[in-house]
Ligand binder design. Structure first.
Ligand code: ZN
Length: 255
């Protein structure tokens, strides 16, 4: 017969062996927050993240994604929670609308915002996974988790290369709001500049399939382009191989 303490231990054992990603929503008060919540729910982006985590980056300790509130997007290591405010979605949609995404790229602003949401969730989940697995980070963690998001999307999400390009475009849109010259505090910030994040993401998409994305890097100066393309092919292989040392997928490496 199981004693109470054995039962608790068993339940704990089961829970920790199957630590999952949970999604919670704080009440959406304003009309725009309600719309954002509905769009996030309808998009299915959360089940993509939950399934990816289950297959490729299993957590020892369960992770919560919480929508709503004012803070974020961020990962709070104290509570192992990712916080995403509803207005993050709303603001992202308006960036894509202002840049005539539908007209120029034949992809709706709403889809662009969900692409960005997926990249952001994976970026924050990357921080959480580094914490959860005690993965050593030898340079900027922010760059490492941007790479994590891109690699996961490119390799495991249907049309994830296209979604990564949208997420990269969002970095370019944000960069348009920046002044021509940065202040000291922006150099001190732990993130790379938005335009660097844009090019780094495009570099990984290009490097993952140079034939399919032959024109993706064409805005780079002609003199630098050949060298940059070669770099991106090896960069994708290096980053993908290195992340695969820590991913839980059965088919550990693509190379
Ligand atoms: Zn971050």
């Amino acid at each position: 017969m199981l004693t109470k303490s054995t039962l608790i231990w068993c339940l704990f054992g089961i829970a920790s062996a199957h630590a999952a990603v949970q999604v919670t929503y704080l009440p959406a008060e304003s009309d725009s927050d309600k719309k954002a919540k509905q769009a996030i729910v309808d998009s299915g982006v959360n089940s993509v993240i939950v399934n990816l985590a289950q297959e490729h980056f299993k957590f020892k300790q369960s992770l919560t994604i919480q929508y709503g509130g004012d803070e974020g997007p961020l990962y709070d290591p104290e509570t192992h929670t990712i916080h995403i405010p509803y207005n993050f979605y709303t603001q992202t949609v308006s960036y894509f609308e202002q840049n005539q995404y539908q007209e120029k790229f034949d992809r709706s602003a709403q889809l662009g915002a969900i692409d960005t949401m997926m990249h952001t969730l994976l970026h924050e989940a990357g921080h959480a996974y580094i914490e959860d697995q005690a993965i050593p980070i030898l340079a900027k963690e922010e760059d490492a988790v941007d790479n994590f998001a891109a690699v996961i999307m490119i390799e495991y999400v249907e049309n994830g290369d296209e979604a990564s390009i949208s997420a990269a475009d969002m970095f370019a849109f944000e960069s348009q709001d920046r002044p021509d010259y940065y202040q000291a505090d922006e150099y001190i910030d732990e993130h790379s500049f938005d335009l660097q994040r844009y090019f780094s993401t495009l570099c990984l998409v290009y490097g993952s399939n140079p034939e399919k994305h032959a024109d993706l890097l064409n805005e780079i100066e002609h003199d630098l382009l050949t060298e940059r393309k070669e770099f991106c092919v090896s960069q994708f292989q290096t980053i993908s191989n290195n992340w695969h040392r820590y991913l839980t997928s059965e088919n550990a490496s693509y190379f």
